[in-house]
Design a protein around this ligand. Structure first.
Ligand SMILES: [Zn+2]
Ligand SMILES: [Zn+2]
Length: 338
């Protein structure tokens, strides 16, 4: 198999991943070997590669938005060879901690994250726990399904954490891979969606996807927001979202890493039972519910494909926001040109 391997973290301005040949890994109990058809590139991959997230292993293969075909299954596994599955960030939990037992496996005390604790999908093959692999509806395309598996699921969870109800005014702050998948979900719920984002091309893209109002960071949406979700890794954006919220509204922060939370005025921004919540990981129920909705309403993410050899380039594209929608690595297609 071939894999893009991280051996030393640092700025992606220089290539951090090396393409290596390696033997297929052996299967453990309850595991499957998956031939990768597509793997989305997430901002979290960038945080891992650049070292914003402390390395858990001296080497790792990133990638946790994996679409592939089961090539081999350990004895007793219910998934048949040939099944198409999706593998996401939550690669495993202990199933026994207090959080798992109360149905909050996203907060598990001993989680296993794909592409961080175990090797991920920037590769031609990957091993995963069968009980954390999601069979994919045939209405979902390989490459387009990849960004659904983290950006999509976590964006959907963020809407749940924000407590969005049908018909509400919702603000999306930042318009990258996750937000552009949350927008069609909100439209399917009859919500009015305001998008606040810095990049002019992102604003045009949001308009094209049916946002009801689009503005810059310094602009204020036309209606006070019932809910807001922030996607940028910036505390200033959280404060901007708070400033647009009605009393009793919620800001959900969809970022695994934030630069800082600046000092802000409690009286005008948080009083009135406004709330700030963080969005942490995902549950298998989030994945199941979102993937079903995505197939039903026909969410078609905008994707830009990269070959495995272009993995560093794909990460730079995410870092520098040079593409609309999501970057996806297709490891068996080395002919992608740009
Ligand atoms: Zn647990
Ligand atoms: Zn992710």
């Amino acid at each position: 198999m071939r894999a893009a391997v991280l051996r030393a973290t640092g700025s992606i301005a220089t290539n951090r991943l090396t393409i290596e040949e390696r033997a297929l890994p052996p299967l453990g109990e309850g595991e499957i070997l998956v031939t990768v058809r597509a793997c989305g590139v997430c901002r979290t991959d960038l945080n891992i590669v650049e070292g914003d997230l402390r390395p858990h292993h001296p080497t790792i293969v990133p990638g946790h938005q994996i679409v592939g075909i089961v090539a081999q299954a350990a004895e007793g596994v219910a998934l048949a060879v040939g099944t198409r599955v999706g593998i996401s960030w939550l690669g495993g939990t202990d199933g026994t901690c207090a959080f798992c037992r109360e149905g909050r496996e996203n907060l598990c005390d001993a989680p296993v994250f794909t592409g961080y604790d175990v090797d991920g999908g920037y590769a031609t093959s990957v091993v995963a726990r069968a009980d954390f692999a999601h069979p994919l509806d045939e209405r979902l395309d390989d490459v387009q399904a990849a960004p659904l598996l983290c950006a999509g699921i976590i964006g959907f969870r963020a809407l749940r954490v924000a407590g969005v109800r049908p018909g509400e005014h919702v603000g999306l702050y930042g318009f990258g891979a996750s937000a552009h998948l949350a927008l069609p979900v909100l439209k399917s719920w009859g919500c009015s969606v305001s998008v606040v984002t810095r990049g002019e091309n992102h604003r045009a893209f949001a308009e094209q996807l049916g946002a009801d109002w689009v503005g810059k960071e310094s602009d204020r949406p036309p209606h006070a927001l019932d809910r807001a979700v922030t996607f940028a890794p910036s505390g200033d954006v959280v404060i901007a979202a708070l400033g647009a919220l009605r009393k009793g509204g919620v800001v959900a922060i969809n970022a695994i890493h934030l630069d800082r939370i600046p000092q802000f005025d409690y009286d005008s921004l948080l009083w009135g039972e406004r709330e700030i919540r963080s969005v942490t990981n995902m549950t298998r129920a989030d994945a199941r519910d979102f993937l079903e909705l995505a197939a039903t309403i026909g969410i078609k993410p905008a994707v830009t494909a990269f070959s495995l050899d272009q993995a560093n380039e794909a990460l730079r594209a995410v870092k520098n926001d040079t593409i609309n929608g999501a970057a996806v690595i297709t490891p068996f297609n080395d002919t992608v040109s740009r």
